[in-house]
Design a protein around this ligand. Structure first.
Ligand code: SF4
Length: 669
């Protein structure tokens, strides 16, 4: 018997309409765990680098994490993996909500889509019964509206629906998959779903899921709940309110937006408004939020309530969480009322709340600077808010200039030419980053931005404080109960970290320390993404309830596999390396590992090169960021090394081959 996982995947060939229930290999679970880990293995095996995002051979995998559906608090992530049309690399967005546990209860760990349906369909999974159903009547409908219509049509109020809106249908490169209480937004996975002709995947499951050692498992779950309570009663002093507790940043509960509005950039990530937040704004925005927020909500089996249902007058209710609260507002230099109104439309259309506002602000900057002209925006309203609504409509319909903007700022700038590149200034690896522009280089963040292959900095950071505490006393208090550290050395690093002087950025944390911190943070995120654990209770917040010391026990009691800290760290390293290998095979190299040039005002090129050199070494990658033959062999990834040799990506002496590979050409197009 398989524990925690079901041992079965659903394979759906949309071209032929063929549906198969396929047993998965338990050895893959041992090596790659589940969720992202096994998704990556499938993509490596079955999606060669010549396959493009909108090719029928591209796979779109909805993978429930290994422990999803068990009683582990907050373990509910679906990891959606595919080749991104925007980056041409692996995208692996995560969605919370209720979908992954429901899939497990229906008897499957993953839904793997290949091919393309000739007509728009939705997939209906009810335990053993799986069908492709006509969705022509849902074409053009909003994602939330679609979910409601399908539930009614099937008379299944408890079905969980992951759907795309018009953006996905029209293959907007930053289209999301929306799912009632969550969404998978980054990388254009909604566009791939639309390209495959799938409007929604609907799941209802009524089966049991077994864990190997129920008594021990429940004991571990209770310990986590107790710790959550302890952290609730003891918020961390000296950090901003949204980071003091657990969960995804508590944007829906917290009204104090001084930090975001005065430190993040407005418009096309250029304008800082240092004195923006005052009593008047606070009063107005608090009233707006209090009126709009009908209730705070949680994902499956979680007490944290990070999301909220938002009801703006005259508009249907929708769900919001995290920083999307501000992205449209700040992109358009507007207010919270506008941000909450346009986000309703954007959610129905199904677009990523980070990319979409930046693309619209970019278009308006091009207009202001004469690179685009009024002719490109026929009948556009005069006011900024009206312009944002106008652009959103154009983009999701791919009409006129919207067709160009629908590819994101990187590709749009290339198409527009005439110096537009300079305005697509907030990209890394061809996708839009957080609108932050800072002063002094931070070595830890430099490494995360440069080398991260998750599509947002917020999905890479966590565990180690973002800035030093002001006094030694505060630091000592912080480390006194810091049980989550994988090694005691991290406590000393924090104790010695100062705002000014020798022990401050950019030379402290030192190169070696910065590498170790980033490696720890990244390892935790990758473990979460395989187990299906929400980062809001593990890799993202300070002092979370899940960490490297209790995770092995969860895995052992849940799955019956013997697990310890070293084995788990090695497994995470294995599939993290496999994610990199997929991208290396698609042409990603050191030259691509650059944060936006203007992210920090004070840059230190020599130090940055050294950081990359040392981090690559720590990870077992060569100078060009390619995993070495030796490290691949050690991780049991000999098949990757063979492939790299055959393709000339590595040569026998473990160096990157001189000649460019065919795949490299494809990513640089
Ligand atoms: S911590 Fe927040 S985002 Fe995470 S599972 Fe719980 S409610 Fe959802």
């Amino acid at each position: 018997m398989r524990y925690a996982e079901t041992g079965f995947n659903l394979e759906i060939d949309l071209t032929r309409g063929n549906i198969e229930k396929v047993a998965s290999d338990p050895r893959d679970t041992e090596l790659y765990l589940g969720g992202l880990g096994t998704n990556a293995k499938i993509i490596w095996d079955r999606v060669p680098p010549e396959v493009e995002a909108f090719s029928p051979e591209n796979l779109l995998i909805f993978g429930a994490g290994l422990l999803c559906g068990t009683p582990a608090t907050g373990c509910n992530r679906t990891i959606v993996s595919t080749i991104s049309p925007q980056t041409k690399l692996l995208a692996f967005s995560m969605m919370g909500g209720f979908w992954a546990p429901e899939l497990k209860y229906a008897g499957y760990d993953k839904v793997i889509l290949r091919g393309k349906s000739p007509d728009l369909v939705y997939i209906w999974i009810k335990d053993d019964k799986v069908e492709l159903r006509d969705a022509s009547h849902l074409a053009g409908k909003g994602s939330i509206e679609t979910a409601e219509l399908i539930r009614e049509e099937l008379n299944e109020p408890k079905a969980q629906v992951a759907a795309i809106g018009m953006a996905g249908e029209n293959r907007v490169f930053y289209a999301s998959v929306e799912q009632g209480r969550s969404s998978a937004s980054r990388g254009g996975i909604g566009a791939v779903m639309g390209d495959k002709g799938v409007k929604a995947i609907v799941v209802r499951g009524t089966k049991d899921l077994n864990v190997a050692d129920p008594e021990k498992y429940m004991e571990l779950c209770n310990d986590v709940l107790k710790y959550i309570k302890h952290r609730e009663d003891n918020p961390i002093p000296g950090v901003m309110p949204i980071l003091a507790g657990l969960g995804s940043p508590q944007e829906m509960k917290v009204h104090d937006e001084k930090w975001h509005t005065e430190n993040f950039m407005w418009g096309n990530s250029r304008v800082r408004r240092r004195d923006f937040w005052n009593e008047e704004v606070e009063k107005e925005w608090t009233e707006t939020m209090e009126k709009a927020r009908t209730r705070l909500i949680s994902c499956f089996n979680c007490p944290m309530k990070c999301g909220a249902t938002i009801s703006m007058p005259g508009l249907p209710t929708y769900m919001m969480k995290c920083f999307t609260k501000l992205t449209y507002t700040m992109g358009a230099f507007s207010d919270l009322d506008f941000g909450l109104r346009i986000a309703q439309k954007a959610t129905e259309y199904g677009v990523d709340g980070f990319s979409a506002p930046q693309v619209m602000a970019f278009a308006l900057e091009l207009l202001e600077n004469g690179i685009l002209t009024d002719k490109d925006f026929p009948d556009m309203p005069e006011d900024n808010e009206g312009r944002f609504f106008y652009l959103l409509d154009k983009i999701v319909r791919r009409e006129g200039i919207g067709d160009v903007l629908a590819d994101g700022t990187y590709w749009a700038a290339k198409k527009i030419g005439n110096g537009a590149d300079a305005y697509a200034h907030n990209n890394i690896k061809k996708h839009e980053q957080l609108p932050l522009k800072l002063s002094m280089l931070n070595p830890v963040y430099f490494l995360m931005y440069a080398t991260g292959e998750k599509m947002n900095i917020t999905q890479i950071e966590g565990q180690f404080p973002q800035a030093p505490f002001a006094t030694r006393e505060e630091r000592e208090a912080f480390v006194s109960d810091w049980i989550q550290v994988p090694d005691e050395k991290f406590k000393q690093i924090l104790l010695d970290w100062e705002f000014r002087g020798e022990n401050s950025n950019p030379y402290y944390p030192t190169v070696e320390m910065a590498c170790d911190i980033v490696d720890w943070q990244e390892t935790m995120h990758y473990i979460d993404d395989a187990l299906g654990q929400c980062a809001g209770l593990s890799s993202f917040p300070l002092k979370p309830p899940y960490h490297i010391h209790n995770y092995p026990e969860f895995i052992s009691a849940g799955t019956g596999m013997e697990m310890d800290k070293d084995k788990l760290t090695e497994a995470a390293k294995r599939y993290r390396t496999l994610v990199r290998a997929i991208n290396i095979r698609r042409g990603m190299r050191r030259k691509d590992e650059k944060p936006p040039a203007n992210h920090w005002k004070k840059r230190f090129p020599e130090l940055e090169e050294k950081l990359l050199d040392e981090y690559y070494k720590l990870k077992g990658w060569n100078k060009d960021g390619i995993p070495t033959r030796e490290s691949l062999q050690q991780l049991g990834l000999g098949y990757v090394s063979e492939d790299f040799l055959q393709r000339g990506i590595l040569s026998k002496d473990d160096e990157a081959a001189d000649q460019d590979t065919a795949a490299e050409t494809s990513v640089e197009a």
